[in-house]
Ligand binder design. Sequence first.
Ligand code: NDP
Length: 780
Amino acid sequence: MTVKEIFESMDYGTAPESPAEALAWLVDQGDRFGHFIDGAFTDPRNDFESRNPATGEILATLTQATLPEIDAAVAAARKAQSKWQKLGGAGRARYLYALARQLQKHGRLFAVLETLDNGKPIREARDVDIPLAQRHFYYHAGMAQLMDDEMPDREALGVCGQIIPWNFPILMLAWKVAPALAMGNTVVLKPAEYTSLTALLFADICRQIGLPKGVVNIVTGDGAVGEMITAHEGIDKIAFTGSTAVGRAIRTATAGSGKALTLELGGKSPYIVFDDADIDSAVEGLVDAIFFNQGQVCCAGSRLLIHEGIADRFHEKLRARMGKLRLGNPLDKSIDMGALADPVQLKTVQDMIADNPAGTHFTPPCDMPATGCFYPPTLITDLAPADRLMQEEIFGPVLVSATFRTPAEAVEMANNTRYGLAATIWSENINLALDIAPKLAAGVVWINGSNMFDAAAGFGGMRESGFGREGGWAGLTAYTRPKGHRKALKPQRPHGGDATTGDAALDRTPKLYIGGKQTRPDSGYSRAVLGKSGAILGHVPVASRKDIRNAVEAAQSAAGWGKSSAHLRTQILYYIGENLSARADELAARIDALMGGKSGKAEVETSIDRLFTYAAWADKYEGRINGVPMRGAALAMHEPVGIIGAFCPDEAPLLGPISVMAPALAMGNRVVLVASEPAPLLATDFYQILDTSDVPAGAVNILTGSHLDLAAPMAAHMNIDAVWSFSSSDISGEIERASASNLKRTWVNNGHARDWTGADSNSFLAAATEVKTVWIPYGE
Ligand code: NDP
């Protein structure tokens, strides 16, 4: 063939990468692996095999962890943790740096082993997975170095159980291990059954660099091992990436255990193309969005939403481009798509497509390897929004497509999913793109690009895509907690006494406060509130699940609060403070009567101060521009969570609801507050102040009633985005369990006391916001 002929056909041959070094490493290990516990490999057993999904060849045999082995791993991690923490950030930084360097030095070995084990194209393993994993260790070496200075009030959580999937084995390991270690935690990590080999190679380099024993422990096995880690009492935090179904099971299993939890789950991410987009670039971006890693990407742009006027032209170009994709030996540097990770996953994808024949299916003619887990690139058009393939994660190289007419319709269709992981917008009109980005329910938005990742930029979802961020400053919150000893919270029950005697002059029967109006409870019941002396001070309504429903409806209708300017929110919070100050004496007396003692005046003063603090924060809790290695900006925007249901502390009847409400309002959330159970009258007094402070109807709703009875309905409500509890009733577990319904974020006290005289603004503001990362590359 002449050069001229080559230019005419643009045909190119194969360029296979040699597997020799990776296979030799496996042979060196005896092709059999035990677990990595307390700095050493355990004796291997032949429990299950790891196969190359492109060829079916057995690569190694692995060991299924038993409970005693997990006990040993957790014990090793526990033993190592305090010393690792005491080493200090700078000491830990040295080890993280050494791990980053080793990942770099052995980059080729890691990439080839990953491709052999997972089936992904070597080009992707070499150019994406491994460099990003290295970057994560470098970045977090820096975070460890800075921790003592920049995060003096925070400390490690302890022992972290980490469970990762098979789509990005070493990258997911890096996302989990690097921040955990940087912050002084130790880890017990379980890779996915199909893809454990690079985790075991990582264990080997931990040994080589002399990482203290027990700091990293790796146990292999299937989902049962994940379950045992999740249930283990010696673990302080679970970090999970995987399917929404397993994420939900983990949420339920850890409920009430006091374990911290982050979940990075599935998605059905929209890829929105407006009619003014650079179409050729958008097609190229889409190839990356859905065919990268054979579509086995949680944030894959798997739902194309295309402006109606350009749909035919776009689909035509896309089909032509799909026809050029090469499938084949993942070790060949010239292929675009490799194998799916396992025959089980291949069958899942095949069955899902076979069971859902709706729409027009297109697969280009392509040379499919005769064996191995290969699935061709597929486009499905003409689906209805509610069709299963439009709604469910397929996790394979299958793109679904629908059209829209207006930007508003694009947003509505994009958000018509239970997920909220990522989204892509293509438009040459940056004003339009920046207008759409905040309207999308997604933790990550890419403008004119896709699948951009970096250790400095938070990644994570909203809704049923999970909670917590990985990467950036936001990611560190998930591996730390405020310093200091946590005291137990004593249950506070309503005061007893003779409910038949009272001071008529003081008796009042407030109602619930819903949608800016005083409303009778649906149950029609009320109960007497007694002061410390035993005298009746008033009656309060007993709210039920129906009142929660009405309060949430009212909060939904106040959605405009989230779009109001920070300046306006500041002014309103100051105004509430001012009006509270005007009634200070009366409220102080009420607190004294309810709680006994003379703390009322101080509590009112601190409450006014708290309102002023969050009025101050409303326009100052800013996002950042992350330092990603790209010509462009990756914005970390602070967005409101949405509707927050909160159980107020029992022990601080006025300061409690204000401390909870003010940060939520300041950040643009709407709230449904359940007042202190023993001392609800202050919260009901407080709504008169709200009435006179220009708070929009529905932005704040106040209920009174039993915390125990209202916990589950609040946490299970599908339109509440987060539930917080500072109650002295034992409802933390109930809230976490019921929250699994829509995987709402929860912040509960697990029976620990809080000092309400301090604001702890950082914790409250972080809980009141979602970090949305918006990637804006620039240049022509
Ligand atoms: P899973 O969510 O089941 O697996 C993720 C990890 O969790 C693996 O290490 C798995 O172990 C482990 N695990 C499984 N069950 C439990 C459990 N009950 N408790 C604790 N840990 C558990 O994903 P699958 O591999 O089964 O894939 C199923 C589907 O999930 C895919 O088709 C895809 O749609 C989706 N998925 C989504 C991912 C994402 O990033 N969003 C990643 C992977 C899958 P093991 O695999 O060893 O059995």
